[in-house]
Design a protein around this ligand. Structure first.
Ligand code: UD1
Ligand code: M6R
Length: 697
């Protein structure tokens, strides 16, 4: 997820080196959001020049690049009494992570206007065609470039326009979402910043006591020009004078002054989240959608894109933000793992967003469309992964086989390589990975590429090695996962793989009703996950009162729930250090039953599907040996509700379609592993001996 950072100093002497360090430090604080490249824009040596430096990779790489510049190339000692600069970490969406696509993005070779942008401009193709028809040449694959070029185009029609009016004219043309910062050699030391659907805030640093702790919002009666490209291009694009109508409410700008009314030194920090600002100042102002911040000569003004609506707040408060950095990044949660578990209603929704048309029962995976005919013709599908990602393959294997009738095998990457398993040109090899960097999975990918198979990635990190080196794939769009224990990536991988199965079999008329059933089920998953998360208190108590003292734990599942049992066992062992084992319920009588007694905790999945009677029989076998299982079942399941006295706990989850039930059943296990670890005083996000991304064999 991209990160935005901007810095403006006004009558505060700062060397270029200091400014660069502030920018790089700001970007480093945003690193946790996940990104694949970064860049900065600062003043050049000539007043009309902006210098942009950007690199693919970590901020460290950008830092090294800057450090390698010679004094004559980049004079770090040059002092700027007033200066505006912007910086960005990019998580690639439109356009792969190449240097040319990194932000800041300039409007033209001279970088008259330079922008950084979070979000997606949905009408960028129309804007691009229109601007190309006016002679502009695009050099990046990004949607952001059309913003920079719009600034230049509208400015060139009317160079007398005020920076904030110009910004408004540009915004009238944009559709989509944005957090946006713009600087320009035509408006030295000024920055305009705005947001719609993407967070943006501002920090104020001054030695003076603030005389007011708010900023008035300025409204103007402007008419939005028609936005009908190709047919009736807007006035601004056609060289309208950009003059906005009459101002209907006056306002005071925020300005720091000394006793004689003279402007006093001030620094402004703009960012997509407070983590990069609170080091410098705790005085923070959160912007609303459609606010346009204009910083100019130490003055801060907030304009609105549209005229005032009834009841609209006309002030933006400057707050004293007391949170510490660590607290801030985790929000109200104690650990990233907990935060990520609770993000799942949103992250699962994001995996499906824009890809499923629930009205017409249609799935579109843009990254696979062209490859679908070839994949459909494959002789086999091999799913290759490690750890949790391997479990998401196991969880979805049977629905892929059922819908596609293509044989599927699921492989642990290391074992697959150890066996030197045969791979053929007509195999499709699916690599599932949160990080996209896991060494075993990468080696297996190379092995399959060498043998000419079709390679498909199902990856969270855009721009990662697996995402880049596979022929095609699906980004699961779960957002950055920081906790070592993979949680939200599992549910998103699971959904991406179900969508993969649905896409592959979309031409099958005979399966239409099964498709509809699954799609209806998927639509409800985010809210059903929210319902399961309500179990947290009950699970916390179960962990503190019973499980915490145990040394070992078994998880019983069969059919779709075998993968859930394995995933639950992995979560529990890696985070709470308790030995735990996922067992196929049908295998109980072939050995594992010997372990069962009144003490050993056993978690059994007894949600309703065709195997329910068989699972119940395994549970009966456990109870007959004095075991007191914890049963995960559907709400109001009569057979089980009567078993209260024989069980340690009954955890009820909503019912969904058989092949999706694992998405709900895994949530209590994630919570159990989390609360077990907490009750044992373990550093949940950084368990011993483990790394988030395993980049060694
Ligand atoms: C893409 C855009 C998204 C935009 C949408 C609609 C990207 C990263 N995503 O999403 O911002 O809103 O179009 O225009 O630009 N790929 C691999 N291997 C992988 C994963 C992906 O090769 O492991 C490839 C895909 O084949 C595709 C590209 O990466 O070419 C983007 O994949 P994905 O993000 O899943 O595509 P869309 O959902 O179409
Ligand atoms: O990034 P990947 O999905 O490729 O990682 C694979 C495993 O290393 C990972 O799932 C690991 O098992 C997690 N720590 C499990 O929570």
């Amino acid at each position: 997820m991209c990160g935005i950072f901007g810095y403006v100093n006004y009558i505060v002497d700062k060397s270029r080196g200091e400014i660069i360090d502030i920018l790089l430090d700001g970007l480093q604080k945003l690193e946790y959001r996940g990104y694949d490249s970064s860049g900065i824009a600062i003043k050049g040596d000539n007043p009309n020049e902006t210098t942009i430096i950007k690199r693919v990779g970590k901020v460290r790489v950008l830092k090294e690049e800057i450090a390698s510049r010679t004094h004559s190339d980049l004079d770090r000692s040059k002092i700027f009494n007033s200066h505006a600069a912007i910086a960005h970490t990019r998580w690639a969406t439109h356009g792969s992570p190449l240097t040319v696509n990194c932000h800041p993005i300039g409007s033209d070779p001279k970088n008259d206007f330079v922008v950084i942008h979070n979000g997606i401009i949905t009408n960028y193709k129309a804007l691009k065609s229109l601007l190309e028809s006016k002679g502009m040449v695009f050099v990046t694959e990004t949607d952001t470039e059309c913003i920079a070029k719009l600034f230049k185009h509208i400015y060139d029609q009317n160079p007398n326009i005020d920076f904030n009016q110009l910004t408004k004219q540009v915004l009238y043309e944009l559709e989509g979402s944005y957090g946006l910062l713009v600087m320009s050699s035509h408006y030295p030391n000024e920055v305009c910043a705005t947001r719609k659907g993407s967070p943006l805030l501002l920090g104020v640093k001054t030695d003076r006591k603030l005389t007011v702790d708010f900023v008035d919002v300025e409204y103007e009666d402007t008419k939005k020009s028609e936005n009908n490209f190709g047919l009736s291009p807007s006035a601004a694009l056609n060289g309208g004078n950009g003059h906005a109508g009459l101002r209907t409410t006056g306002s005071r700008a925020f300005l720091t002054e000394d006793q004689d009314g003279q402007p006093s030194p001030v620094e402004y920090f703009l960012a997509s989240d407070p983590s990069s600002v609170i080091k410098h100042t705790k005085k923070i102002l959160f912007l609303e959608d459609d606010d346009i911040v204009h910083i100019h000569d130490g003055e801060l003004k907030i304009h609105r894109l549209n005229s005032k609506q009834i009841g609209e707040e006309t002030k933006r408060q400057i707050q004293d933000f007391e949170m510490e950095l660590n607290e801030l990044m985790k929000g109200t949660y104690n650990h990233f793992m907990q935060k990520e578990i609770f993000e799942q209603p949103e992250s699962t929704f994001n995996t499906m967003r824009g890809r499923i048309d629930f009205d017409n029962y249609k799935v579109t995976l843009g990254g696979l469309e062209q490859w679908m005919p070839l994949i459909r013709r494959s002789r086999r599908i091999l799913m290759i992964a490690c750890g949790t990602s391997y479990h998401s393959c196991l969880a979805t294997r049977s629905i892929i086989e059922e819908l596609t009738e293509i044989p599927v095998s699921v492989e642990l990457a290391s074992d697959f390589l150890d066996r030197k398993s045969p791979v053929f040109r007509d195999d499709s090899c699916v690599f599932v990975s949160q990080s996209g960097e896991t060494a075993d999975s990468m080696l297996a990918l190379r092995y399959c590429i060498e043998r000419g198979a079709i390679t498909v990635g199902v990856v969270n990190s855009v721009g990662s090695s697996i995402s880049r080196q596979t022929n095609c794939g699906v980004h699961i769009n779960a957002g950055p996962e920081i906790g070592v224990a993979s949680t939200k990536a599992y549910t998103s991988q699971y959904i991406a793989l179900v969508m993969f199965a649905l896409s592959l079999s979309s031409d099958s008329i005979g399966r239409r009703s099964r498709h509809e059933e699954i799609l209806k089920g998927l639509q409800k998953i985010p809210e059903q996950i929210s319902a399961v998360l309500q179990l947290e208190e009950k699970i916390k108590k179960l962990c503190n009162d019973h499980l915490n003292k145990q040394k070992s734990l078994l998880l019983l599942g069969r059919g779709y729930q075998y993968a859930t049992a394995l995933e639950g066992a992995l979560k529990i062992k890696e985070i709470s250090y308790m030995h735990s084992e996922g067992v196929l319920a049908g295998e109980l009588k072939h050995g594992v039953l010997a372990l069962v007694d009144k003490d050993l905790p056993i978690i059994a999945f007894a949600t309703k599907d065709s195997l329910f009677p068989k699972t119940m029989s395994a549970i009966e076998q456990v109870i007959a040996r004095d075991g007191r299982p914890i049963i995960i079942c559907n709400e109001n399941e009569g057979t089980i509700s009567g078993m209260d006295s024989k069980t340690m706990a009954i955890l009820e989850v909503p019912l969904t379609v058989d092949c999706l039930q694992g998405l709900l059943n895994v949530i209590p296990l994630q919570l159990i592993s989390y609360w077990l670890a907490v009750s044992r005083g373990i550093d949940v996000d950084f368990p011993r001996n483990l790394a988030k991304s395993v980049t060694v064999e």
